[in-house]
Design a protein around this ligand. Sequence first.
Ligand SMILES: Nc1ncnc2c1ncn2[C@@H]1O[C@H](COP(=O)(O)OP(=O)(O)OP(=O)(O)O)[C@@H](O)[C@H]1O
Ligand SMILES: [Mg+2]
Length: 217
Amino acid sequence: MMVLFSHQKGGVGKSTVAINFAYQIQKKYKDISILDLDSQHSSMLFNQLRTNLKLSTIQCVTQDDINIGQFLSHYKADKNNLLIIDSGGYDSDINRTVLIKADIVITPVGISQIEIFGLQKFRKILKDASEALNTIIKTNVLINNVDSRSKSKLKDLKEYIKDKPQYFNLLNTTLHSRADYKNSYGEGLTVKEYNKKGKAQEEIKELTKEIYKLLKN
Ligand SMILES: Nc1ncnc2c1ncn2[C@@H]1O[C@H](COP(=O)(O)OP(=O)(O)OP(=O)(O)O)[C@@H](O)[C@H]1O
Ligand SMILES: [Mg+2]
């Protein structure tokens, strides 16, 4: 199986969520890996931090480390294997390939107007790719980085997403703006390891359950 975190817009939380999701779900799969297609290489750097700290790691590779065709087939073919891909948008052959092949696409977004513009662009990418392939490529939109003062903006964003059911499915889980997400990364820790009883780890647990259910259907 393949879960792709994808958005052409930067800084929306793709790597943060991909990493935390990977460590949260790892026990459910026989073979799990992260493919880091992000130019920032945030997932690889996180792995290096963990290795230096002698913490357990999930295998993380870049495009240069693998034969992409064989690697994707290995994860695509077996329901007991899970590949988590931390990617950009649709700007390279490899990003296009994974967008087409993924079982589930997740697109994190923030709640400002600029994020709605970003999502409009991504919708166009999904539409063009879907039309070219004569299929529908849909993404699961994850609202991220919400703070409690933005209720009306949150409502607008949800309406925008729900209004475009052909390419967007709005996930029920919402992630709030929490220091644990920022602070844990630099210590090579997941939010759960960083703060066992924190709200961030609760949100990641809920999100993981929701994505796992989608993978099972
Ligand atoms: N829910 C959240 N609460 C607080 N900070 C967050 C949250 N989600 C992400 N961040 C922070 O936002 C920044 C960008 O996140 P991240 O690097 O995961 O985004 P990205 O989409 O992978 O970016 P890029 O496109 O550059 O790879 C990071 O500093 C991260 O810690
Ligand atoms: Mg990233």
